[in-house]
Every structure is written in C-alpha cells, then in structure tokens.
Design a protein around this ligand. Structure first.
Ligand code: SAH
Length: 258
C-alpha cells in the first residue's frame, strides 16, 4: 500500500529532530515542508536528485495531490511539520484526503516548541505541590476557540499554561488570566524562536506581558509559558517530588522512616 510519512521537525535546532525523522528525510525522494519555522538545514543531506518542496504557496488539495501523485509513482514522500505534528499542525485535513486517496500515513513525533521553550528557560512545568497540570492552548484570534475552552475558564485551574499562536494577542491573554483570578505578578516566560541561534527570552509577569513583548519586539514565533512554575526564584523554594523523597516507597526503591 502507498504510504507517506509525516515527520515532526522539532522546534528549530536541526539536532532536535528524532533519529527516525532524520533517517526518513535522508531516504526521501520528495520532501515537503511548510513554514519558516522548519529549519532548512534539515534538508542538506537529502538524496541526490531528491526534491524539496515548499508548500506555503499551495492550497490543501494541490499539496495533497502532489503527495498522492509522487507516492503512486513509487516515490518515498516525507511531509515535515514544525515541532510535533500533533499540535496545531493542520495534519488532520491532509490525512482525511490522503486516506480518501488510499494512502497510508505514519506519523513520527517531534520536540514541540512548548518543550523547547521550557528547556530554554530551564523550567519544569509540573512542580510538586505547586502544579501538576499543563494546559496547551491558544488565545482566540481569527481562529475561533470552542465555547467550553474559553481562556478564562481554562485559566481558572491556575496551572501552568502554554500559549501557541498567541504572540499578537497578549492583551487578550492578560485580561482573561486576570479575570480568572491570576495575580498580576504571576511569572511569564516568553521564548521567541526557541532553539534557533536568534532565540530570545523575555521574562515578565502577567501584568507586564504585553508591554515587555512590545519592548522586545516579539510579535510572532513565540511560545508564552505562564504560571508559578516559571518563577525565576523557584530555585530558592522548597519543592520536592515524591519520586526522590527518601520516605516514599515506589516500584524501584523502598522508603525509609524519618
Ligand atoms: N507543531 C508546532 C506548533 C505549530 S503552531 C509545535 O509543536 O511546536 C506555530 C506556533 O508554535 C507559533 O505561533 C509559536 O507559538 C509556536 N512555535 C513553533 N516553533 C517555535 C519556536 N521555535 N519557538 C517558539 N515558539 C514556537
């Protein structure tokens, strides 16, 4: 059966792709990729004669038709998406058409920008006793968000929140977080182009988010991480997980009484 591969490119740094994703790109006859957030250095080692196509100027049907035509001609086709394809990758609409055309799909995960951003700021997003949940979401802009997922209601959990596609919508983010009861001094870390050579980090608070991003000139390609897990002072605080707590017994280690 004809098959195409959807590969997560990772956040930017060409070394942050999986070994499997890299191998598939090297074996491909045709590579398609979409946007400015995919590092073209990933394609320096394609096979001789392999075609590398930019899809940004194409509409969905056209792009899928190209993939189908090549795969039917016996070519190995690899579609590359930024970060992990499962997050805002618009892969479902491609997969529906590919399946209709009888093409099988295998997805290779990638390092999402949410995790590259957390790494860049040196954070754990789930701190014991502080927060054990991360909400991956976006602010509502031209793309609507379902009623039950309005930012204000999601924010009521006051867990860590990661905002994709929201760099131009910071005023709205701030308003919704405050309306949900977040304190103005809640830490926020913004990472522009995480893992790229021109990566920029803006550490701020809910109150100053909009202004500080404006000052830093960050209005696109940014991951916004918000919540007390992003507190730059967290190193001075006493949060300890049960996993390494000496009184806690688990599958690999017996706890001791204090
Ligand atoms: N699938 C991608 C997300 C695609 S949506 C992933 O898993 O990362 C595009 C949004 O992702 C951007 O608006 C931005 O919010 C975020 N993003 C992607 N790459 C980024 C990077 N290197 N640094 C910061 N944010 C990034």
């Amino acid at each position: 059966m004809d098959k195409i591969y959807i590969v997560g490119a990772g956040p930017g740094d060409e070394e942050l792709i999986t070994v499997k994703g890299q191998r598939l790109i090297q074996e491909a006859d045709v590579v398609l990729f979409a946007d400015s957030l995919v590092n073209e250095k990933l394609f320096t080692q394609v096979k001789e004669g392999a075609e590398v196509l930019k899809t940004s100027g194409m509409v969905l049907e056209e792009m899928v038709q190209i993939m189908v035509d090549y795969v039917r001609a016996g070519k190995k086709v690899v579609r590359v998406h930024t970060g992990d394809p499962a997050m805002y990758g618009a892969i479902m609409e491609q997969m529906v058409l590919l399946k209709e055309a009888g093409v099988e799909i295998e997805i290779i995960p990638g390092v999402s920008s949410v995790f590259a951003a957390a790494a860049a700021v040196g954070s754990e997003l789930t701190i014991p006793d502080l927060t054990q949940t991360v909400i991956l979401t976006r602010a509502e802009g031209r793309t609507p968000v379902p009623e039950k997922e309005k930012l204000r209601s999601l924010a009521e959990h006051q867990c860590t929140m990661a905002f994709f596609l929201s760099a131009t919508l910071t005023k709205k983010v701030v308003k919704e977080l405050i309306d949900a009861g977040w304190s103005e001094d809640t830490p926020v870390a913004v990472v522009y182009k995480a893992s790229w050579p021109d990566q920029k980090i803006v550490r701020t608070t809910v109150k100053n988010l909009d202004e500080d991003m404006k000052k830093a000139g960050v209005r696109k390609q940014a991951m916004i991480l918000a919540g007390w897990a992003l507190d730059p002072e967290i190193y001075k605080k006493e949060y300890r997980s049960k996993l390494y707590d000496k009184t806690f017994t688990h599958g690999f280690r017996k706890g001791v009484k204090e």
